[in-house]
Design a protein around this ligand. Structure first.
Ligand code: SME
Length: 188
């Protein structure tokens, strides 16, 4: 919109609603407020005594998927007994064929071995990647430790390219630490 102000001595043109740098601005990736709001909700879901661990984890997956616009699939994998493989325990989003993932295979399997967070901004750039859906563009996997042992992980798939930041890592680490506090041997 252009507003033209006519003063006795000069004419002033004012431009509104157009920012020449707008297309260069980074996409809004940060959801700090959402994450801070979600933390107590995650803790509340985990404190429901009447629910099993799988029910609580499923509720967390659904909460995260519904609350964060670029979280399109959310799941928890855990070490499958004594086997060197991960097994899907809970998820929200499209069902996946990848219920079992051998250690070392894909992003999840690599995290099971490395014990480190793994952010993948663009899955096409990864050789060791297991595709769940052609819509997935990015992924983040954060290991879940109980008494210092990597027993599982949270896995997020996104249909957006490069959506994850250190704030996602911090939030998902909080989620995993909260889950770790309520896990006991009878759950496995
Ligand atoms: N993409 C994962 C496999 C699990 S799906 O994302 C649900 C991987 O490469 O390990």
């Amino acid at each position: 919109m252009i507003l033209i102000l006519k003063c006795p001595s000069k004419t002033i043109f004012m431009f509104f609603g157009w920012n020449p740098n707008r297309s260069k601005l980074p996409l809004q990736k940060h959801h700090k407020m959402s994450f801070e709001t979600l933390k107590p909700e995650v803790v509340a879901l985990l404190s429901k005594q009447e629910q099993s661990l799988t029910e609580k984890l499923t509720a967390i997956c659904e909460l995260l998927r519904q609350s964060i616009d670029y979280y399109d699939w959310v799941g928890f994998y855990f070490k499958n007994g004594d086997k060197e493989e991960l097994k899907l325990r809970a998820f929200a989003g499209e069902p996946t064929d990848h219920i079992i993932i051998p250690f070392g295979k894909g992003i999840c399997g690599q995290v099971a071995v490395s014990n480190k967070n793994f952010i993948v901004p663009d899955v096409k750039a990864q050789d060791n990647y297991i595709a769940c859906s052609i819509d997935v563009k990015a992924e983040v996997v954060i290991p879940l430790f109980v008494n210092g042992e990597n027993i599982g992980q949270i896995d997020i798939d996104s249909h957006s390219v490069d959506p994850f930041s250190t704030e996602d890592e911090d939030f998902l680490t909080f989620v995993n630490q909260s889950v770790a506090q309520i896990i006991n041997k009878n759950d496995f």
